[in-house]
Write a protein that binds this ligand. Sequence first.
Ligand SMILES: NC(=O)c1ccc[n+]([C@@H]2O[C@H](COP(=O)([O-])OP(=O)(O)OC[C@H]3O[C@@H](n4cnc5c(N)ncnc54)[C@H](O)[C@@H]3O)[C@@H](O)[C@H]2O)c1
Ligand SMILES: C[N+](C)(C)CC=O
Length: 506
Amino acid sequence: MAAPPAIPRRGLFIGGGWREPTLGRRIPVINPATEDTIGDIPAATAEDVELAVAAARSAFLLDGGSRWARASGATRAKYLNAIAAKIKEKISYLALLETVDSGKPKDEAVADMDDVAACFEYYAALAEALDGKQHAPISLPMEEFKTYVLKEPIGVVGLITPWNYPLLMATWKVAPALAAGCTAVLKPSELASLTCLELGAICEEIGLPSGVLNIITGLGPDAGAPIASHPHVDKIAFTGSTATGKTIMTAAAQMVKPVSLELGGKSPLVIFDDVADIDKAVEWAMFGCFFNGGQVCSATSRLLLHEKIAERFLDRLVEWAKNIKISDPLEEGCRLGSVISKGQYEKIKKFISTARSEGATILHGGDRPKNLGKGFFIEHTIITGVSTSMQIWREEVFGPVICVKVFKTESEAVELANDTHYGLAGGVISDDLERCERIAKVIHSGIVWINCSQPTLVQAPWGGNKRSGFGRELGEWGLENYLSVKQVTRYCKDELYGWYQRPSKL
Ligand SMILES: NC(=O)c1ccc[n+]([C@@H]2O[C@H](COP(=O)([O-])OP(=O)(O)OC[C@H]3O[C@@H](n4cnc5c(N)ncnc54)[C@H](O)[C@@H]3O)[C@@H](O)[C@H]2O)c1
Ligand SMILES: C[N+](C)(C)CC=O
């Protein structure tokens, strides 16, 4: 088993340096796999947000913006690439910190850190490419005007992120925001902030100009809400629950502040009877909902099985599920760690007991693993006998819990897949690719996977419809989130425009 890392004691990262929170409060950091308190993080309040926003604002405006906002994309790219290089250098340490902070298996944390570095590199390349896209001419049907377009950073952005992929979800916002030339105040989740604070240390090491990125840790209502409602924050990018998303949108609306929202989901995975390799489909079904303990916004937590394969599929799914190693996430080969917190553990247990009391069957799991007396561990769980009115079918669990329904026809499968207020992701598994393409078109979601579940590619757009939010992260869409488009139009004739009469010279 890997040794737990030393937990640094950090302050708030504001204006390029470290500060204790104004009110001196701190929040304990609990390793969810052991329930031990392993450190603490600063608990920022509105006073600290004020300082962080002021630092971001002055970094944005410094020297007319020439140091950052109006510097070339190539200049900003150098910093982003330097951050990526440092992440790679510290990958093992960062992965261990993420593991003890979140409870996710060490191997998953390593993969997350790889993705973090790749995301910084990707947006470094887009920052450079942005230089060549400025002054793009607009073709007009007249000669007296000439128009071009400038893409400008929106300004100071507030980035509020969740705990399930702490540094990765922050990076999905920080990297494109900085690439665009914005300056930022990042507020990670109070449940897992350690690696985001280390990002502050990395920014310090590589000499990122002061105030370009500020990192404020603390509780949502104390440290997040003042960012959302701050008059000098020009945009909010939020990832988290639909409930918090609504609160943030309401606050931002008071100032007509743009928001992008990446919220929850209850995504379907539809599996047809024509699959020749049932194990391949079973593995994707497990990956779709047990990876990261199911604490994934896009988890395909509603499994729809064609009636002709349902029984065989479920037998095989249970056999595969029995093979998953649940252990301290620092142990070699761990594939299911603990969930993030006691609160989340209780919430998942309640979902399972409600499903049971509503008449569903717990086919596998449903309890604390017998060999793990301490820590917020919960077995990966498969629930059958589910009706569409049950809570387990309708609400996001955010835990390793799959609920299963059986269908007879393709149209019934589509109707069930779309029977949700959410619209983040969906998947279809079939050997008939035409059928897959057909279903991809009619699933109401921002992402559809064919013959897989969950691959996340930095180059491709990510985001949802309906109550899963709006706006897209990643790819070039992720950069556009932080840019505003300015039209510049010039009148270019020597003559008067000629609409009004020139006064006579008397
Ligand atoms: N769509 C996506 O890409 C995506 C990705 C990851 C997670 N999620 C969603 O995130 C949720 C789980 O994350 P969570 O429990 O951290 O969500 P959450 O909404 O509880 O918290 C998210 C962030 O918002 C902050 N916050 C809480 N109250 C606030 C307030 N009043 N004002 C401002 N900020 C506030 C929190 O401190 C945290 O930093 C799930 O619903 C999941 O589906 C979505
Ligand atoms: C996209 N992913 C899986 C990294 C994070 C969503 O919760």
